[in-house]
Design a protein around this ligand. Sequence first.
Ligand code: HEM
Length: 500
Amino acid sequence: MEFHVILLLIFIFFLCFCYSFRNKNGVPTNWPIVGMLLPLLANVPRIHDWITEVLEKYQLNFLFKGPWFTNMEMFVTLDPANVHYIMSKNFKNYPKGSKFNEMFDVFGDGIFNVDSKLWEYHRKMAHTFIGHPKFNQFLHEKVWEKVEKGLIPVLDHASKQGLVVDLQDLFSRFTFDTICTLIVGSDLRSLSVDWPNEPFLKALDDIEEVIFRRHVVPMSVWKFFRWLGVGKERKYKEAWEILDEFIYKRISEKRSEELFKQEELKHKEASVGVDLLTLYMDQAQGLSSTNVKNNLSDKLLRDTILNFFIAGRDTTSTALAWFFYLLSKNPRVESKIRQELDTIMDTNQDHDKLVYVHGALCEALRLYPPVAFEQKASMESDILPSGQHVYPNMQIIFNLYAMGRMKSIWADDCNEFKPERWISERGNIKHEPSYKFLTFNAGPRSCLGKNMAFTQMKAVVATIVRNYKFQAIQGQLVVPDISLMLRMKNGFKVKVCKFQ
Ligand code: HEM
């Protein structure tokens, strides 16, 4: 009897597989027992394009059904009215939810992974510190220092030696060094001509890849692998250890610095700006409430720092890599950027005048949003503006990549790279509502580092376009990877020449 059941199951799986490979028109069928899992698995290598096709067909909303025994039902929506409702209007009913917390367990109690009171606490602290004038001063100084002492020497070296450079790796090192300096106050100089190996960078990549994979298999399956300590889950555990070791080391260094250089540090702070970890520790020192003091334990600092690393490193570097990829395909845009740069005397001081550059960056962020997925879970039953009924603890997924490619949202030319889309007739930046341009999220949980990211991106774009020309290596396949961030699978390789 048992044998027959197994045979029957194999037969159903076989049918579904044949169907999902044959069915290239993007309409997943809801199969008995396995639901839509097999078409999903078959399309994982091109998940974003597949979702784009499905959601275009289903007019922005789609209910995904997983296998009946796994509780894997998800409502996928790109509808701006739903986004606005969930992210802002009825924000309280849509936390990230317990499933999110489990999938992102390495984030601990950091800002990305918590809801309600603890999130409010993190948000308030992060908002105060990122907006702190001393931190802003520090940001500008350190970004330009990295451009001059890191980016330019490496690109000069590559152009002299005729080397091929992977731009994704280059920008990843640039933002890692910058974010490391901004967050913990030390520059690890991963961006240098000898291209050192940095295990922390690799560990971050591994973590992001495995978290993504946890989204496309039933929770019980990846939890079982985690329990066994095998496969990708083993890689995840090892990466977690590397991250912990790195961050706890920085915290303990900073604690000794705090103890022994209290006076000197205050003086330094007053004159030259300060990193986020110091601001957090300083705040804890000044707080009388023992509760908050205890909250700022090493563990909470570790979670806070790790969340900032993930928020700030890969997002900005991924955006830059796709930006230069799009530029290589659109020489017209590159020469318009050069024309704009010719009118600007001091790029460091005149960021706000870079209107065309800003439009081009927004356009790249629309087509290739670094955070390609977002998710929420409902607390209570509700009805969304699209008419979808939502039950408690239902998973709601937003695919930002697909959202930037919907004709009904961005017009028929939505697949073209047109910075002009972002510029008004009067020559100013055109504002697009965040529930339409969701790249930096919308509502109370919108990105706190948007300005920080634009400061870095504009410094890099202006320096590179002014001084260098990239020649893309022919025949390379530039496609999105399967990861939490929309990284490129094989990077983007170019030859570097000086621009005369
Ligand atoms: C191009 C660069 C960036 C993009 C596209 C981006 C995008 C996003 C998105 C989509 C979210 C919402 C994530 C979620 O809730 O699941 C977010 C949140 C956040 N971002 Fe960014 N981000 C960028 C750069 C940065 C930088 C440089 C920082 C600074 C360290 C930063 C700090 C944060 C923080 C702290 C949050 C959490 C907000 C909250 O939950 O209240 N981001 N960002």
